[in-house]
Design a protein around this ligand. Structure first.
Ligand SMILES: *[C@@H]1O[C@H](CO)[C@@H](O)[C@H](O)[C@H]1NC(C)=O
Ligand SMILES: *[C@@H]1O[C@H](CO)[C@@H](O)[C@H](O)[C@H]1NC(C)=O
Ligand SMILES: *[C@@H]1O[C@H](CO)[C@@H](O)[C@H](O)[C@H]1NC(C)=O
Ligand SMILES: *[C@@H]1O[C@H](CO)[C@@H](O)[C@H](O)[C@H]1NC(C)=O
Ligand SMILES: *[C@@H]1O[C@H](CO)[C@@H](O)[C@H](O)[C@H]1NC(C)=O
Length: 154
């Protein structure tokens, strides 16, 4: 299989300054998607910290007109949606798509819809089975900036 890397765009502003976001061109389950980030020397699967960053991502990511969409680095742990690496539980006010998360049995991973043709869902999250295959979305923080990001210990 070919894992080709696309460097999407660096974010220029706010706390995420100096980050770059990276997506896979192949789909994989959530666990493999996180490993894909590590294997490619990215810091981790994306950790979204606020609504502004979420909006930014939905703007810059390659648009998809249908499933599969992008896995993001948040997973339900002991009943709480928890971000990888930071263990934060921020989910914002309007991050989930309408009627999501529906907490259907086994839906413990989250994807982001990036579908500009579907205004209701564009940039919103959905809970889904971790075994489903989606694109991986990773971030990489610049080394020299990491000391400014105490929430991302190495
Ligand atoms: C990741 O970093 C390691 C250690 O520097 C290097 O050996 C490896 O080739 C890198 N992998 C990729 C996909 O760049
Ligand atoms: C999960 O969240 C609930 C409240 O929503 C809290 O009482 C509980 O301690 C949390 N569990 C963990 C493991 O953080
Ligand atoms: C997050 O939680 C995991 C599992 O409980 C723990 O190993 C890790 O140290 C925690 N990370 C932070 C940054 O608190
Ligand atoms: C959530 O949305 C409500 C209604 O729009 C608003 O009043 C509230 O301030 C928001 N909370 C946060 C944390 O953004
Ligand atoms: C993810 O895929 C790997 C490799 O195919 C497999 O070993 C693993 O069990 C899968 N995990 C889930 C949660 O589907």
């Amino acid at each position: 299989m070919m894992w080709i890397l696309i460097i999407v765009l660096g974010m220029c502003g706010g706390r995420a300054m100096g980050w770059t976001y990276h997506v896979s061109t192949e789909t994989m389950n959530w666990t493999m998607a996180r490993e894909w980030c590590w294997i490619n020397n990215h810091t981790d699967m994306v950790v979204i910290q606020n609504q502004e960053e979420n909006n930014h991502l939905s703007t810059i990511l390659p648009d998809r007109t249908a499933s599969p969409y992008y896995w993001i680095g948040i997973k339900k742990i002991n009943g709480n949606w928890t971000w990888v690496r930071t263990n934060r539980t921020w989910v914002g006010n309007s991050s989930w798509a309408p009627n999501e998360p529906n907490d259907r049995l086994g839906e413990e991973c989250a994807e982001m819809y990036v579908n500009k043709g579907n205004i209701q869902n564009h940039g919103k999250w959905n809970d889904d089975m971790c075994s489903n295959l989606k694109y991986s979305l990773c971030y990489r923080g610049l080394l020299w900036l990491r000391h400014l990001l105490p929430q991302f210990p190495e």
